[in-house]
Design a protein around this ligand. Structure first.
Ligand code: SF4
Length: 353
């Protein structure tokens, strides 16, 4: 059996789990190609106009899956005990059925860690029945997937994302890449560090925006050419959690907790010269978290830029803004003793960033 797995949204955070799970069951996963123009256009035609860019891209990737027996669209309700994913994750697969080619079967599974491991296993058993697998097989596949996901989480910071980590190690030839029988990649060496650059910039945003190079117009790569870049995805969850204090109410969306907690850590880090927040038009959680973080940034007088992506974002505009921002950070660092003579007054009395 060959199952299609779209290279979008949940792919960037949860693919290691599903890869280990399906490979243990001897089911081949076919991943859609990297995003290109046609995928984006197909997604725009089939997704709801009001939805966010990552959902539109997911609709395009679903249509790009050819020669498969079914398409897999999991409903990732919650990835940890005390938080939920964004409500748009919860609406999958129903909200995307219009993008599924006619006659193509859709497989789904509910993953809700808030209800505990026993419930996750129960829900996977329902998927197992559809796949013709026994309870024992599903249990073993679940453990394998869980192990793969943990290995991926623990290797945070060793590379840039699941795919790039593997490519970097292979090309460097210095690391050991083990391919276990469950096809779960284990990285056994640190990725060589890129030569240090004079500027240190943090790029904040959802993994599926930061690492989606077609939609973000290669922003991460452009930035890495000019500065040392830190990502919130490289921050340990415990460390991000420790920086959540000070909020009157708890954040209950996983991505929002990661963005605000890890973002806060970088805002308070004096070695970080500037912060870029990458968001997309129509993101409900970012509309709140971005403002919370902006307030913190103003207090710490850090250069800060928000880039909002949508399907119309043009390359020239993005490159100009990026270069202007980096020039400003560089000048400020070199000539103003790191504290702007004007910014203090402006920052405390206005919302101007
Ligand atoms: S968190 Fe924002 S970008 Fe992500 S799925 Fe939800 S609305 Fe879309």
């Amino acid at each position: 059996m060959k199952i299609g797995f779209p290279r979008a949204l949940f792919y960037y955070d949860y693919f290691p789990f599903w890869s280990g799970f399906f490979n243990h069951l001897d089911i081949e996963l076919k991943i859609s190609p990297s995003t290109h123009r046609q995928i984006m256009e197909d997604g725009l035609k089939r997704a709801n106009d009001e939805t966010c860019l990552p959902l539109k891209l997911l609709a395009g990737h679903i249509q790009a899956l050819k020669d498969v027996d079914a398409i897999f669209l999991p409903r990732m309700v919650s990835g940890e005990e005390n938080a939920y994913n964004c409500p748009k994750f919860l609406g999958i697969p129903e909200t995307l059925l219009a993008a599924v080619p006619p006659g193509m079967p859709v497989l789904s599974a509910v993953i809700n860690w808030r209800k505990g491991q026993r419930q996750v296993l129960k829900d996977l058993q329902i998927l197992g029945v559809k796949l013709g697998k026994s309870r024992a097989e599903i249990h073993k596949a679940f453990l394998r997937g869980h192990e793969c996901q943990q290995q991926y989480q623990e290797s945070r910071g060793a590379g840039w994302n699941f795919e790039e980590k593997i490519k970097e190690l292979e090309s460097a030839g210095g690391g050991t890449l083990k391919k276990s029988n469950g096809n779960c990649m284990v990285i056994a060496a640190n990725v060589p560090q890129t030569p240090s650059k004079p500027l240190r910039i943090t790029l904040i945003g959802h993994s599926y925006l930061v690492q989606e190079s077609y939609a973000n117009l290669n922003l991460l790569q452009r930035l890495r050419e000019k500065a040392e870049v830190s990502l919130i995805q490289h921050v340990e969850p415990k460390e991000a959690e420790a920086h959540l204090s000070g909020l009157r109410k708890k954040l209950f969306w996983s991505h929002a907790k990661q963005i605000y907690g890890a973002g806060n850590k970088f805002v308070e880090d004096p070695t970080i010269d500037g912060i870029i927040y990458l968001t997309c038009f129509g993101c409900g959680t970012d509309s709140m978290v971005q403002e919370l973080l902006a307030q913190k940034v103003r207090k710490h007088h850090k250069p800060y830029m928000v880039i909002t992506l949508d399907e119309h974002t043009g390359e020239a505009g993005l490159v100009t803004r990026l270069e202007a921002f980096l020039d400003m950070v560089e000048r400020r660092k070199a000539r103003e003793g790191y504290v702007s003579a004007y910014g203090k007054c402006l920052d405390s009395h206005s919302n101007t960033l």
